[in-house]
Write a protein that binds this ligand. Structure first.
Ligand code: CA
Ligand code: CA
Length: 354
């Protein structure tokens, strides 16, 4: 099983996804999110948050967190969870659902404005249906941690940050929008019992037929890295076209690590935390089904050769540095037939969303 640790992964431990794609739909009915071995977060809500009181119903057989309220605020940039703990105790406040304790994590990684620092608010207390977001927002402000709820989306949903398979069905009262984003595997979102149109799709595929909309993603190009560390604490990053796709902490046995990306461009796998006895051995990578051996790559800035860091044609990264494996190529296609439309896209979407 993939184990995500490190900076992105510290974020992941607390529930954020280093996502590979996101799909938004409009939906006034019931939202269903289905996942296959995916790290994902999503649900039913509003593209812009407010002080509204939120009630819902739903079930989830794959959630590590949820079903509960999740969203983003701005100024400062905040990712919030109602009904979850984790982080630094930053004080308590009262709501009509009872007392809550605000725990804050200071994170660095993908967020709704791009990639960088943000705060994560974990609000521990009774997170069940019927939350008055004005009371939460007021509580945070009273503790000196106010944020603008209108700056980001606000939803009722769930999350699996380890990679799960199953289904979540959720309906939030008065909600008209839904989203899912995923960091690995594939996830799909659909709307039943209400109007539905696709508003945004990124990094995946969209299928529309009749009155229903189903979108799925996690496509892009699959990347497998076969690697190990000498101490079991080595961290490597997968970078495509200069973008860090994921960060892993290796074990001491050779293992296959899987991810996917919609980026294109040069693929580097980099050792990032060299210290003491740490070294990394990368046997090979598999890009979109084709194997590229490390020992065949001329670009290696981390191998110890000729009494310095950097050389070529080696499976080893003894120093912080990268092995370059050539390009990841993309491409997209659109197919239209009869009353349905299928669009597959691998265009760059990162800048427009995360
Ligand atoms: Ca090899
Ligand atoms: Ca070393």
């Amino acid at each position: 099983m993939k184990k995500v640790l490190t900076v992105l992964a510290i974020v992941a431990l607390f529930g954020s996804i280093a996502q590979a794609g996101r799909t938004d739909i409009s939906c006034s009915g019931t939202v269903t999110i289905s996942a296959s071995n995916a790290a994902w977060v999503g649900g039913h809500g509003w593209s812009s948050g407010s002080n509204r009181t939120i009630s819902w119903s739903g079930s989830c057989n794959m959630c590590q967190w949820g079903i509960a309220i999740y969203g983003w605020g701005t100024n400062p940039l905040v990712e919030y969870y109602i009904g979850r703990s984790g982080g630094s105790n930053s004080g308590s406040y009262n709501t009509s659902k009872g007392g809550f304790t605000l725990y804050i994590n200071y994170c660095n990684g993908p967020n709704i404005t791009g990639d960088g620092s943000f705060q994560q608010y974990n609000c521990s207390g009774n997170g069940s249906s019927g939350q008055n977001m004005g009371e939460h927002s007021g509580g945070w402000s009273g503790l000196g941690h106010g944020t603008n709820l209108g700056g980001g989306y606000q939803l009722v949903g769930g999350e699996n940050y380890g990679g799960g398979s199953g289904t979540m069905t959720v309906s939030a009262g008065g909600a008209n929008w839904a989203t899912v984003w995923w960091g690995s595997g594939s996830a799909s979102i659909s709307c039943g019992g209400g109007s539905s149109t696709t508003t945004t799709t990124s990094g995946g595929s969209t299928t529309t037929s009749g009155g229903s909309t189903t979108t799925s993603g996690g496509g892009g190009t699959s990347i497998t890295v076969r690697a190990r560390g000498t101490t079991g604490s080595e961290q490597i990053q997968v970078r495509v076209g200069g973008n860090t796709i994921t960060t892993w902490t290796l074990g001491t046995g050779m293992g296959n690590w899987n991810t996917s990306t919609s980026y294109t461009g040069g693929l580097n796998v980099c050792f990032t935390n060299d210290s003491g006895d740490r070294d990394v051995q990368i046997d090979y990578v598999v890009v979109g089904g084709s194997t590229r051996q490390s020992e065949n790559q001329s670009y290696n800035t981390g191998v110890w050769q000729n009494n310095s860091c950097g050389g070529s044609y080696s499976e080893w990264l003894h120093c912080n540095g990268c092995i370059g494996y050539g390009d990841v190529s993309g491409g997209g296609s659109t197919t239209t037939s009869g009353g349905s439309t299928t669009t597959t896209s691998s265009s760059s979407w990162w800048g427009s969303w995360w």
